[in-house]
Each structure stands twice: as structure tokens, then as C-alpha cells.
Design a protein around this ligand. Structure first.
Ligand code: GLU
Length: 476
């Protein structure tokens, strides 16, 4: 059997958002699942759209996500180079073949002439087609004019590995540009040549290319090439509305997610779930499971919706699944400055407590700062608290004093503190929502914390009593 070879073929025009890199993930999964090869190719034939730094950024994104490629612009391979602008001689050979076989012609028209043809078609309520205006005697192709494909309009029926059986009529076939007047091929032509020369077996790409497929099929025929299997990915829809997720609408760079402390495992899991499931309710997949279970016939045909809250939930689930010492290694650079002088044992204990609620590593400073420094008393924590704002300062102060007396005798183990906190509910006759919120605010100056008894145990008696005293002074 032929080795499966897939490719990711981005244009270096910017960063990759999660929708953009999904094609890469699916192509990578298919290759890894079949002991095939995954190839990176830069499609830079539209030089005007090139963005400085985009190539490195694209490669970094793949590396950080763990989508290693076997052949590519920076590592070479049997079909190097893997950058289209370095393959111009290859396209020229194939373009010359088309000219020689009478299947391409130099486009003689000026922009104004084409516009006149368009206007004429519109006036006649007809679709504009270049092929209706083929020149009788085209000029010799000197490379300074665009070269157009002389298409052979006919109906097509083909099977897309995701979209299923598709068919179109001859009206969608037209004479598209093969080579532009700047000497570069169009995407429409170049990708066909590259995929053939690089022996690509499966093309995975976005839905925006689907309408052009009949024209590609026509070109494959003209060149005597067998088309690879095509798999068209449904759009990834933006969180709201009926729009495709796009950079213009604020879709984030995948590297930003990595920087914010989303784990590569999560991102692979999450991105795979945008339009794919294994037919069960399972949501968390290890990468090994994805490799084993991925299949194109379970990629859905309709758009998948991006949901950042779900990404956060998923990352939290992955974080809780990590052994504490491994999590500690991963979060090493996320601690707040205030933690710099604390021991790694103490930080490990803090991490053990916040692991439960952490959604991404960048939340660590906010969730943990009070473990390292005394935050100033913030009166808004009480005035803004639904339960506590109903009471007078005098009442709150009374309960805080009762609490102080109770815990002053504690050995400050979490178990003893738990007992005493529960006893306090009885002595004060208050609900946990009131009493524990009050004690939490006093001891942490934060609206939320891990379990109160565990938090206080880690902070230690002196610190807790001092903080309760500071809060009391403010209330008095
Ligand atoms: N260069 C195209 C893009 O960036 C790739 C399409 C394809 O995978 O063939 O959208």
C-alpha cells in the first residue's frame, strides 16, 4: 500500500488561530495514525500578502503544539524545497507542458477589456466566464502576461472524504489563471503541482476551497495526474453569530493560548473536538487516543462552534489530571514576583490547593498572591458581597472576634480547623455563606480561595490571626 502523506500548506500571511491550525492537526493525526508522513509547505506565491516573521511564527506554533513535521522548509526532505517561491522552475515546466498541449493560453486582455466583458454578461443576465472570450489567436506566452488554463467544461461527480458525494455541472468550469504576470503561479495551479510532486495522498483544507474543486479536477485531467483524496473541513464558527472564526474578529493566536498557560495536550484535544468526535460522548482524549481514533468519516459536515469557556473547562480538567510535581515543572515561570523568595515546598503546597480551580497557568498570580504577601484590606470585598453587605460592621466584627477566639487555640491542621469552623456555625448561628465568606475575606483579602480550612492551615496561625486583626481594625 502507498504510504499516506499529508501536508499543511499555510501562506505566511500571519499567525494561526485555532481554526487555522485544525487542518494541520487533522493532517498530522492521519499521518501519525498510518505511519505516514506529515509535510509542511509554505505557499508564498502571493508575495504582497507576506507578513514578516510569519514563517517562524507558523513553525513555532506547530512545534509548541507538538505537531512535528517530517519534511518542511527548514528541515528539507526528499522533495525539497518546501517553499513555493523556490519552486518556480517546477511550475514553469508544467505550465510549458500545458502550453505545448494546447491547454493554456496567454491572456491578451487589459483590465478594461475584461471589465467590458463582465458588464456585457451582466447586461445579458449571464454569468461571466473567461472561456467565452478565448482569443482566436492568443499571443505567444512571454511570461509577462498571465497564462490561462484552457478548460474542458464538463460535469463532475466526486467523493469528498468529509462532505461525501458531490456533483457539479459544466457551468462552474472556467479558464482560471495558471501563471500570473509577475512570474508566480496561482495557488490554484501551484498546489496541484506540489501535491503531485510531493506525492501527497490526502489534501485537507478549508471549506473556502470547495467551490474550486471542479476546476482543480479539470486541471488534474489536463495534466494527466490522479487527484489525491480530498477532505474538506467545515468552518469553525465564531463564538457568537453566524460568522466564521477569524483573526479580524479577534480570534486569538494559538501561541497566545500557550503563553497564557493552556497545555498543548488540551489544545490538541480541544482543536480536534472542533468538528470531530469518535461517535461517543467522550470529550477528553489523550493525543494517543486521538491518533488511534481519528477518522475522516467522523468529521462533521456542518460548522463547529468555538467556545472559549469549554476550552477553559477542558484545560482545567487536564490540569487536574497532572501529578502535582509535573504540574509544578510546567508552571514554574508563572508564579507572581512575590513568590520569588519562598521555598519550592511551600509553592508546591500552594499549587496543590489551587490545582482544583486553575483553568490556565496565567491565573496563578491572581489565585495565589495572598499566600505570599499580606494584601491590603479591601473594604469592597465586604460591601460588594451579596451575603455580607446586609450586616452592620458591628455584627461582622462580633463574628470575626468569635472566630478569632475559636481558632486561636487550634493546632492549625486542616482537620482541626474544619472542626472549629463547623463549630463556629453553631455558636454564631450563621450560614457558611456568611461566616466562611467573612473569614475567607479577612484571611485572604480575595473573593475566592481554595478550601478555607486548607488555605488557613497553609497560611499558618500567625498570619491568619494578624490578618483577622487587620480586618477587625477596619471594621471597628
Ligand atoms: N495556502 C492555502 C491557505 O493558506 C492552503 C490551502 C491548502 O491547504 O491547499 O489557505
Amino acid at each position: 500500500m502507498k504510504q499516506i502523506r499529508t501536508r499543511f500548506a499555510p501562506s505566511p500571511t500571519g499567525f494561526l488561530h485555532v481554526g487555522g491550525i485544525r487542518t494541520a492537526l487533522f493532517a498530522w493525526l492521519l499521518a501519525r495514525q498510518n505511519n505516514g508522513a506529515f509535510i509542511l509547505r509554505f505557499e508564498d506565491t502571493d508575495q504582497k500578502r507576506e507578513v514578516a516573521g510569519a514563517r517562524k511564527h507558523l513553525m513555532d506554533s506547530l512545534h509548541q503544539l507538538g505537531l512535528d513535521y517530517d519534511e518542511g522548509p527548514d528541515i528539507g526532505g526528499p522533495f525539497a524545497p518546501y517553499t513555493q517561491s523556490q519552486r518556480l522552475a517546477n511550475y514553469k515546466i508544467w505550465a510549458d507542458k500545458l502550453v505545448a498541449s494546447g491547454r493554456a493560453y496567454a491572456d491578451p486582455y487589459s483590465i478594461d477589456e475584461v471589465q467590458a466583458y463582465r458588464d456585457e454578461a451582466r447586461a445579458n443576465k449571464q454569468a461571466f466566464l473567461y472561456r467565452n472570450h478565448r482569443p482566436e489567436t492568443p499571443p505567444i506566452w512571454d511570461g509577462l502576461r498571465p497564462l490561462r488554463f484552457k478548460s474542458d467544461p464538463k460535469p463532475y461527480a466526486w467523493t469528498d472524504a468529509v462532505m461525501g458525494d458531490l456533483q457539479t455541472g459544466p457551468e462552474v468550469i472556467d479558464d482560471f489563471i495558471v501563471m500570473k504576470s509577475d512570474g508566480y503561479p496561482t495557488y490554484n495551479f501551484a498546489h496541484i503541482i506540489d501535491d503531485a510532486e510531493m506525492e501527497i495522498t490526502h489534501i485537507m483544507r478549508g471549506q473556502e476551497f470547495l467551490a474550486s474543486v471542479p476546476n482543480y479536477l479539470n486541471m488534474y485531467e489536463a495534466l494527466g495526474l490522479t487527484p489525491p483524496i480530498m477532505a474538506t473541513m467545515p468552518h469553525v464558527m465564531a463564538e457568537n453569530g453566524n460568522k466564521k472564526l477569524s483573526k479580524r474578529d479577534g480570534a486569538k493566536d494559538v501561541l497566545d493560548y500557550i503563553r497564557d498557560g493552556f497545555m498543548p495536550e488540551t489544545l490538541r484535544n480541544f482543536i480536534a473536538s472542533l468538528g470531530w468526535n469518535d461517535g461517543t460522548e467522550q470529550e477528553i482524549f489523550t493525543t494517543e487516543e486521538l491518533v488511534a481514533k481519528f477518522s475522516l468519516d467522523h468529521v462533521q459536515r456542518s460548522g463547529a462552534r468555538f467556545d472559549e469557556k469549554r476550552l477553559e473547562w477542558m484545560n482545567g480538567t487536564w490540569i487536574r489530571g497532572l501529578p502535582l510535581d509535573e504540574l509544578a515543572v510546567r508552571v514554574a515561570k508563572y508564579w507572581p514576583d512575590e513568590a520569588a523568595s519562598t521555598s519550592s515546598e511551600y509553592k508546591l503546597s500552594v499549587l496543590g490547593l489551587i490545582q482544583e480551580r486553575l483553568k490556565f497557568f496565567n491565573e496563578i498570580p491572581e489565585l495565589s498572591r495572598f499566600f505570599f504577601i499580606d494584601l491590603p484590606v479591601n473594604p469592597e470585598l465586604i460591601s460588594g458581597n451579596k451575603q455580607l453587605k446586609k450586616f452592620t460592621s458591628y455584627e461582622l466584627l462580633g463574628w470575626l472576634q468569635t472566630a478569632r477566639n475559636e481558632i486561636a487555640d487550634s493546632n492549625f491542621s486542616a482537620a482541626d480547623l474544619t472542626d472549629r469552623l463547623n463549630r463556629l456555625l453553631e455558636t454564631t448561628g450563621q450560614k457558611p455563606g456568611v461566616l466562611f465568606s467573612l473569614i475567607r475575606i479577612a484571611t485572604t483579602q480575595s473573593p475566592a480561595s481554595p478550601g478555607l480550612a486548607e488555605t488557613m492551615a497553609l497560611l499558618g496561625k500567625d498570619r491568619c490571626l494578624e490578618r483577622i486583626d487587620s480586618q477587625s481594625t477596619h471594621l471597628a
